[in-house]
Design a protein around this ligand. Structure first.
Ligand code: NAD
Length: 321
């Protein structure tokens, strides 16, 4: 069995590899070659922790396994990251344990890759202004991956906690782009692409604030009850997602679907656009929305790539198991 610890991941997997792995597995899901098993997420009644696992099988890439972990709110006080995850891969031919891979950085890379895939396939070609809602840990990864898809000239951002906006300003500077903190009216009016990546349980961005032609990647809503944009915006937009079953239960679509303003049948898997079986954006004025709920197959795809690279570069630890 191969072990790739968390500390090795940064030296092995870059944004380009994560992007390719995630785009390929979204395509495989839409072809019916890859599927996710039902997600488990439970409050374990210890350390205030939420624990669960996401699993699946990609017949095309032969990735079989699960990502296990969750949220331990007391970790920060111990000098640890609150979100903890580990990916376990199994040999699809024998069921034997194949690899254990640190999943924390991989989660950020695969989540940023997902919104980046949506921007590649759905944003207007002439998009110039990137709007960021959220300034937490994931936001910097999101911004870096997004700017690789269009010739953005400026980043604007809003966060509930303004003291966190420095993360967006610093990341934009690193990317050689000007940054401006704005209110939500300006963000909606000026951004061509908007990424939301927050822990919000109430709508932040309202339908009336968003101008025609915008592409929105809603990346924060991954649990029942969470919400980042007004349900009317989801109803108005042409909606794409990683997986429809997750979008309507734990994703941004849950609210519009339960209100009856969006039907499950109107939601399109992004893989269909990647495969060319759905045309994607149909006009310059269409509002497109990607509901990125985060699927286990994304984790397996990037972890499998890391294992290949670790073996290739001789940094994999191999143990008898
Ligand atoms: P973080 O704790 O570092 O940052 C949280 C962000 O949400 C900050 O911008 C904070 O200001 C904002 N926020 C907190 N409470 C809020 C509220 N009530 N209303 C509005 N904004 C609020 O978290 P992170 O690691 O950056 O993750 C952000 C979110 O992304 C989390 O909710 C996480 O579950 C989700 N996430 C989704 C995926 C996916 O695949 N879709 C993957 C990883 C993380």
């Amino acid at each position: 069995m191969i072990i790739v610890p968390e500390k090795e991941i940064a030296g092995l997997l870059g944004r380009a590899e994560a992007f390719d792995a995630v785009e390929a597995v979204f395509a495989a899901m839409s072809r019916g070659d890859a599927y996710n098993f039902p997600v488990i997420r439970e409050a374990i009644g210890h350390a205030d922790a939420l624990y669960g696992f996401k699993s699946g099988f990609d017949r095309a890439g032969l990735s079989l396994g699960l990502k296990s972990g969750g949220y331990w709110p007391g970790n920060e006080a111990k000098g640890l990251t609150n979100h903890q995850s580990t990916v376990f891969l199994f040999d699809a031919d024998t069921g034997q344990a194949k690899a254990v891979v640190g999943g924390n950085l991989l989660t950020a890379l695969r989540t940023a890759a997902a919104s980046s895939v949506s921007i590649k396939h759905l944003a207007r070609a002439d998009a110039k202004v990137l709007g960021m809602i959220g300034a937490g840990h994931q936001s910097a990864f999101q911004m870096r991956a997004a700017v690789e898809q269009r010739n953005f000239e400026k980043v604007i951002g809003w966060n509930l906690h303004p003291e966190m906006l420095s993360r967006l300003a610093e990341t934009a500077t690193e990317l050689d782009l000007p940054f401006e903190a704005v209110d939500l009216n300006r963000l909606g009016a000026e951004a061509d692409v908007i990424i939301s990546i927050t822990s919000s349980f109430d709508a932040i961005l309202m339908d009336a604030q968003v101008t025609p032609g915008t592409h929105i990647a809603c990346m924060g809503t991954d649990t029942k009850g969470k919400q980042e944009v007004e349900a009317a915006l989801v109803a108005r937009a042409t909606v794409f997602t990683d997986e429809i079953a997750q979008a309507v239960t734990i994703g941004e679509c849950q609210h519009a679907v339960s209100a009856g303003t969006k039907s499950e049948g109107d939601i399109v898997e992004i893989g269909a656009v990647i495969n060319g079986t759905h045309p994607g954006r149909s006009s310059q004025d269409e509002v497109t929305l990607f509901d990125g709920t985060g699927v286990g197959l994304q984790d397996l795809a990037v972890a499998s790539k890391v294992v290949d690279l670790a073996v290739e570069k001789g940094v994999a630890t191999v143990v008898d198991f």
